[in-house]
Design a protein around this ligand. Structure first.
Ligand code: XIL
Length: 297
């Protein structure tokens, strides 16, 4: 193929980008999006603060702009993210205990129901594990409602949208380490007990290179019986093009790695300001990293 999306599709994968509703009027941005990508993720528009700014009042206009842009062009939509300790509305930040638990599960049910049938994969829970060597859960207001909050969220999401793949998504989980092993153990437990989980997302915010055991890590999760997806890829530093090629080849080498999403389109769109971690330069030109991905697909 001559584009990322078409080439990935030839291999039975998608190639996506995180996009912002407010940039869809930028013709350079949208031109690249429509030409190169066949999946999108809302960079911020489906987060809790955006979709439920006051309790019980839901706001979907910006997310709908992204969903409608994608679906009218045959692109997939990844839903991101139903529950996360960041970008919560102020009202949720001030709740705790059963009030927060009930609000969180209601949020999952309402948003997943609203988008039922339109979302390829949902990040049901984002970034719930702690960094460092412990391999345990991150302390958060959601975690303090009880260790079963993650499985409760997945069960609610399944009931609301039975056709969506339900993912757990996190960062610093791209190699085999204490954090990724903690998540691995949770997924294994969920599969053993029938908690509905279909996929694990690896954000892959990388610097210079991918971990040497990147493919092996994807494979060990796939061997648990879940799909794996690379969900927020961006790579800064000197090894950028080489590392993008390596990540692409690792996904293709794992049968259950179903797609890759880069976290933005042009370097100037990246949340990693000044690090230029994406595939297109600020003018929309293809970088060496782009060519490395296309050649690897
Ligand atoms: C980032 C967005 O790119 C920024 O625009 C926003 O200000 C903060 O969030 N992990 C995630 C994403 O799961 O939602 C984050 O996105 C990047 C890190």
């Amino acid at each position: 193929g001559t584009t990322l999306g078409a080439s990935a599709a030839e291999k039975g994968r998608y190639y996506g980008a995180a996009i912002a509703a407010g940039k869809l009027g930028d013709s350079v941005y949208t031109g690249i999006l429509n030409r190169e990508f066949n999946s999108v993720t809302a960079e911020n528009e489906m987060k809790w603060d955006a979709t439920e700014p006051s309790q019980g009042r839901f706001s979907y206009a910006n997310a709908d702009r992204i969903v409608n842009h994608a679906r009218s062009r045959g692109m997939l939509v990844r839903g991101h993210a139903l529950l996360w300790h960041q970008q919560q509305p102020g009202w949720a930040q001030s709740l705790s205990g059963s009030a927060l638990r009930n609000a969180a599960i209601n949020h999952v049910t309402q948003v997943a129901t609203y988008y039922r049938g339109k979302i390829h994969s949902w990040d049901v829970v984002n970034e719930a594990f702690a960094d460092g060597g412990g391999g345990g859960r991150r302390d958060s207001n959601l975690q303090r409602t009880g260790n079963d909050w993650i499985e409760a969220a997945f069960r609610a999401a399944r009931a609301a949208d039975p056709g969506a793949k339900l993912c757990y998504n996190d960062y610093n989980t791209d190699g085999i380490n204490a954090k990724s092993t903690g998540i691995y153990n949770m997924v294994r437990d969920f599969k053993a007990r029938g908690v509905p989980i279909d996929c694990v997302g690896f954000q892959s915010h990388l610097t210079n290179s991918a971990p040497a055991d990147y493919q092996a890590n994807l494979q060990r999760f796939a061997d648990l019986g879940v799909d794996v997806q690379i969900t927020e890829l961006d790579i800064s530093g000197a090894g950028q093009a080489t590392a993008y090629g390596a990540v692409t080849r690792a996904c293709l080498a794992v049968a259950r790695c179903t797609g890759i999403t880069v976290w933005g389109i042009r370097d100037t769109d990246s949340w990693r300001t000044g690090q230029n971690p994406l595939l297109f330069d600020g003018n929309g030109g293809k970088k060496a990293a782009y060519t490395a991905v296309l050649n690897a697909l």
